[in-house]
Every structure is written in structure tokens, then in C-alpha cells.
Design a binder for this molecule. Structure first.
Ligand SMILES: C=CC1=C(C)c2cc3[nH]c(cc4nc(cc5[nH]c(cc1n2)c(C)c5CCC(=O)O)C(CCC(=O)O)=C4C)c(C)c3C=C
Ligand code: FE2
Ligand code: FE2
Length: 318
């Protein structure tokens, strides 16, 4: 495209995230959206509402997302000549992706890059966010040239930042005990059927895990993989689940554990409840010490990764 095409509206940068309730009153609507097409029983609603109550009555995800977006935009704008404008769209709560797309059209955006704040691609996650962009364009009868970031699970900044978290977790134990510390790397489970469908999610997670373990200098027997946070549906989900995995490790005499979720990029309910409360309870039962270093949040290495993958997509549009 010629430079004249770029005059006028800035280039849009659409950041997408899962979305989270801003209060407990939002829970029925939020869950109805996540579990679209399936009935949410009162028992499931009560259980999940109670999880959110225990982490402060709302999701910290929108706030972390805004902070990540602000930090990334500062870095990206410093690297890119064209004026940029950031937009935030959530998959399961407001601000909705479709509304962000409408706002972009109202602003006259004709070119944009889009990224999901989740490093691993799946037809059940990243692809669904991208479909919502297309739905937003189609319901508003608009067109924007989009470049999509599909995944960034092997980027060096992301890998190094998580390897640093692993080391930080191990260093929380007294020096003489560190050789006995076992590291559990984990990510959100998905239904087992994704494997038959050729979905890359599980392979990408394992690739990230191997890179992170190597960058942290872990021995092969010093770390293992586990899924967490499986949904409440009757079909089989990828395992082992964190709880059963901890029982297994305990059976092998492992009593010092560092838990580093690699598929989430900020501290939200799947970490603050599923690990910091539920897995800590399991650890206490098993006489295990479990250390969970903070998620990436606005770690400069991670923000640098987001800026780099976006910069490459901006270049592809120019
Ligand atoms: C890779 C896929 C998924 C990621 C990443 C993910 C992140 C994520 N999830 C929540 C909160 C909930 N997720 C729930 C269900 C659920 N999550 C996924 C996939 C990912 N979630 C699926 C496929 C499902 C099942 C949907 C269904 O049809 O039931 C739920 C609902 C309760 C439940 O089913 O257990 C919640 C709540 C957060 C906060 C999050 C963060 C990025
Ligand atoms: Fe979940
Ligand atoms: Fe989920």
C-alpha cells in the first residue's frame, strides 16, 4: 500500500482478553456467556461465585489487562513511526470485542493488528476471539484490514520471564533445600477431543514448558507438566489435573513444589483461586510446601514480547 493510504486514522491495535466480572452481580451473565448453550445450575453458579468472593468479589483481569495494554502501547509506539490507537475487547464480558470493533469503525480505522492475551493457539480460544472480530465487522457492515497474532509461546522474552519466575520460586526455599524442589508447569485444560481435531494447543504448551524448563536450568526430573482449571462439563478434559498430579508427586516423596502456570499472563481467578486457594489446600493436606510466584502481569520482558510480535504484524500491514 502507498503511504497516502495511511494518512488520517491511526493504525488500530486491538488487545483481546478473556474478560472478568467487575462484581458478584455480574456472575450469572458472565457464566451464561462462557457456558453458552449449556445450563448453569444454581450449584455451579454458587460454587464459582464463592470462588470469586474469596479472591475479593471481582476479577482482577480487566485491571491487569489495562495495565498490560498501556505498557505495551508505550513500547510499541516508540518503535513504530505510524500513529497507533489501542482498543480493548473482551471475549466473555464488557468491553466486548464486537463493541471495540464498532468503536474502531467509528474512529475510521482501516488497518489494525490484533492480539489475544494468551500465548497459545487453540480453536477453542484464540480462534474464537478472532471470530468475534469478524462478527463485529459483519454486524456493523464495516471492513478493517486485520493482521492477527496467533501465538507467541516460543518468544524469548516470554520464555525468559517465566524461567525467571521459576528461579524466583525455587529461591524462596532455603539454599540447602533447593535441589529437592520440584517445579509444576501448568495451563488451562481443554476437552480431550481437541487432540483428535489436530488442535495445536497441547503441543504448543509442551513446547513452551520445555523451553522454560531449559532456560531455568532445571534437570529433567526436576519439573513436570499438569493441566488445571478444567471446566465443569461431563466430557473428558486433558490431564493430569493439578490436584491429582500433586497427589502423585507426594506419593513419590516430593514435598516442596513451585507452581508456575504458563498459559495465563496475569493473576486472575484461575490462579488466585485454583492455585493460591484450592491447590494450597491440597498441599496442606499432603504436607507439601507450595510456592507460586506472581504471573507475568506487566513484567518488562513480557511487555517487550507483546510489543515485538505486534511490531512484526504492523510491519506486515505497511
Ligand atoms: C485455552 C482455553 C481457555 C483459557 C485460556 C481460559 C481462561 C480462563 N477461563 C476463566 C474462567 C472460566 N472458564 C470456564 C470454563 C471454560 N474455559 C474454557 C477454556 C479456556 N479458559 C472452556 C473450554 C470452558 C468450558 C466452557 C463450557 O462450555 O462449559 C469457566 C466456567 C465454569 C466452568 O465450566 O468450570 C470459568 C469461570 C478465566 C478467568 C480465564 C482467564 C484467562
Ligand atoms: Fe476455567
Ligand atoms: Fe475458561
Amino acid at each position: 500500500m502507498t503511504d497516502s493510504t495511511h494518512q488520517g486514522a491511526p493504525l488500530g491495535v486491538l488487545f483481546m482478553a478473556y474478560g472478568g466480572p467487575e462484581s458478584l452481580e455480574d456472575m450469572p451473565g458472565y457464566l451464561a456467556d462462557i457456558r453458552a448453550g449449556r445450563v448453569t445450575t444454581q450449584a455451579v453458579l454458587d460454587e464459582i461465585t464463592n470462588n470469586y468472593r474469596q479472591i475479593g468479589g471481582k476479577s482482577p483481569l480487566p485491571e491487569f489487562t489495562r495495565a498490560q495494554v498501556e505498557a505495551t502501547m508505550q513500547e510499541l509506539q516508540a518503535r513504530v513511526q505510524r500513529p497507533l490507537k489501542a482498543y480493548i475487547g473482551m471475549r466473555h464480558w464488557n468491553p466486548w470485542i464486537e463493541d471495540a470493533v464498532r468503536e474502531m469503525l467509528d474512529d475510521g480505522i482501516t488497518q489494525a493488528v490484533a492480539i489475544v492475551l494468551a500465548p497459545h493457539y487453540s480453536s477453542m480460544s484464540v480462534a474464537k476471539y478472532q471470530k468475534k472480530i469478524k462478527a463485529g465487522l459483519s454486524m456493523n457492515h464495516g471492513h478493517i484490514d486485520f493482521e492477527f497474532v496467533n501465538e507467541y509461546h516460543t518468544e524469548s522474552g516470554y520464555v525468559t520471564a517465566l524461567a525467571n519466575r521459576v528461579r524466583e520460586g525455587i529461591e524462596a526455599f532455603p539454599e540447602g533445600e533447593r535441589d529437592d524442589v520440584h517445579v509444576i508447569l501448568s495451563a488451562h485444560s481443554l476437552p480431550v477431543r481437541i487432540l483428535r481435531e489436530g488442535d495445536p494447543y497441547a503441543d504448543q504448551l509442551h513446547e513452551s514448558a520445555r523451553l522454560i524448563a531449559a532456560a531455568a536450568g532445571l534437570r529433567d526430573d526436576q519439573w513436570s507438566w499438569s493441566y488445571q482449571s478444567a471446566g465443569r462439563s461431563p466430557e473428558p478434559w486433558l490431564g493430569p489435573q493439578l490436584d491429582e498430579h500433586m497427589h502423585d508427586l507426594s506419593g513419590k516423596g516430593i514435598k516442596k513444589v513451585v507452581s508456575v502456570p504458563v498459559g495465563f499472563v496475569s493473576d486472575h481467578v484461575e490462579i488466585l483461586f485454583d492455585i493460591d486457594i484450592a491447590a494450597q489446600e491440597t498441599a496442606a493436606e499432603l504436607g507439601m510446601t507450595l510456592v507460586r510466584p506472581p504471573a507475568l502481569n506487566t513484567d518488562p520482558l513480557f511487555i517487550g514480547t507483546l510489543a515485538s510480535v505486534l511490531e512484526r504484524k504492523v510491519a506486515a500491514l505497511s
